[in-house]
Design a protein around this ligand. Structure first.
Ligand SMILES: Nc1nc2c(ncn2[C@@H]2O[C@H](COP(=O)(O)OP(=O)(O)OP(=O)(O)O)[C@@H](O)[C@H]2O)c(=O)[nH]1
Ligand SMILES: [Mg+2]
Length: 361
């Protein structure tokens, strides 16, 4: 049973779809997902989402084989099917839109989908993923163009590069890098949702999340970290702040508000929450509002997970140093802290591995 406001994840294209589907599974369907793609095989591989085939009326995509990076054709298909796409938003008050940029569907659909949501007064939080550098300049340029097309659209935008999400571990295989990037994003998104959904002190609902943003809209940097054992708090905070891939510390100056989310077990100490708020507030310009949100999970005993978000105005969201999207804050603790995790199964599947129960509020 869903509680108002109704949240739904929308995955656009292959990468967005895989993340959306994994989030729906990780939240046992409490955060439902719809995936929009023109690729039959990709849609067919998903297990837990409502699929929407893009391009039904367009001969260009009738083979169901993906757009082959054709952004213009995707935009045209989105126009042809605007009514049906808009209907996917029926009853939704907050759409969490996930897209991998650099291909055709995610890049071509992002801006159009945000327009449809705005027309219907559906609030939107975008999770945009930019390509690995190794994918080449063309893909990076396509991603940057998609970001510009979507600039200023939607309510909140979180942007991550796949390199940051994967953690840049030396010698990592291609397969592991994609998987880890996906997992990190799923973990961050799931953690973000859990703060609002799970009975807790200082619960975070979407309305208060949006109210933290400057004028209710803007860009967000996010870092997540997890620790366990005697140094769990320091380890978690260290991976949030000091991993070079996260970059959150560097972005503190432009933050206009911050959210500190803490997920722990019944052994979570008052001082740990206070330390988390103090550590973040100490980085920010004096007087910057910092909001604490706590979720308690009996099964999380012995661990602490932190999600930190910095809210910035759109003006501060400009990317493009040299035309390519700048590295962004990302989840994951890919760095040098072996006590956080062992460099292999960082962060995310934590919730899944620990088998945490996810209950609606
Ligand atoms: N983390 C992660 N990123 C992915 C994955 N698949 C693709 N990407 C990234 O997302 C970008 C867009 O790829 P896709 O999502 O496959 O493209 P699409 O939107 O389906 O568009 P077309 O396949 O061209 O029709 C790529 O350049 C990659 O950087 C994935 O499984 N995990
Ligand atoms: Mg695809």
């Amino acid at each position: 049973m869903e509680t108002a406001p109704v949240q739904r994840v929308f995955g656009l294209g292959g990468a967005g779809g895989r993340v959306a589907d994994a989030v729906a599974r990780a939240t046992a369907g409490h955060l439902p997902a719809t995936v929009i793609d023109c690729d039959f095989a990709s849609l067919g591989s998903l297990k837990a989402c409502q699929p929407f085939f893009l391009g039904q009326s367009s001969s260009r995509f009738s083979g169901g084989q993906g757009s082959g990076g054709d952004v213009a054709a995707v935009r045209m298909a989105a126009e042809e099917q605007a009514g049906a796409l808009s209907a996917l938003l029926d009853g939704v008050s907050l759409a969490i839109v996930v897209a991998g940029l650099g291909g055709g569907v995610g890049s071509g659909l992002l801006s159009a989908f945000l327009d449809l949501a705005a027309e219907r007064n559906v609030r939107t939080v975008v999770f945009a993923v930019t390509p690995f550098a190794m994918e080449g300049p063309e893909r990076l340029r396509a991603a940057a163009a998609a970001l510009s097309a979507a600039e200023g659209k939607g309510d909140l935008r979180l942007q991550f590069s796949n390199d940051d999400l994967a953690g840049r571990a030396a010698g990592i295989t291609l397969e592991a890098a994609f998987a880890r990037a996906t997992e990190t994003l799923v973990s961050g998104l799931t953690l973000f949702w859990r703060l609002g959904a799970h009975p807790a002190y200082l619960a975070l609902d979407p309305g208060s999340l949006l109210s933290l943003a400057v004028d209710g809209r803007g860009a967000v940097d996010m870092g997540v970290g997890r620790g366990q054992g005697p140094d769990r708090f320091a380890d978690a905070m260290d991976s949030v702040l000091r991993d070079p891939a996260l970059g959150l510390e560097r972005r503190a100056d432009s933050a206009r508000a911050a959210l500190v989310g803490v997920v722990g077990g019944r052994d979570l100490r008052l001082a740990e929450c206070g330390d988390a708020v103090r550590a973040i507030a100490g980085l920010l310009p004096p007087g910057t509002p910092v909001r604490l949100s706590v979720a308690l999970e009996p099964e999380a005993e012995g661990t602490i997970s932190l999600v930190v978000m910095f809210f910035r105005s759109w003006a501060g969201a400009d990317e493009a140093e040299g035309g390519a999207p700048a590295p962004r804050a990302a989840g994951g603790s890919a760095g040098a802290e072996p006590s956080v995790v062992d460099g292999q199964d960082l962060d995310v599947p934590t919730y899944i591995r620990l088998g945490l129960r996810i209950d609606p509020a």
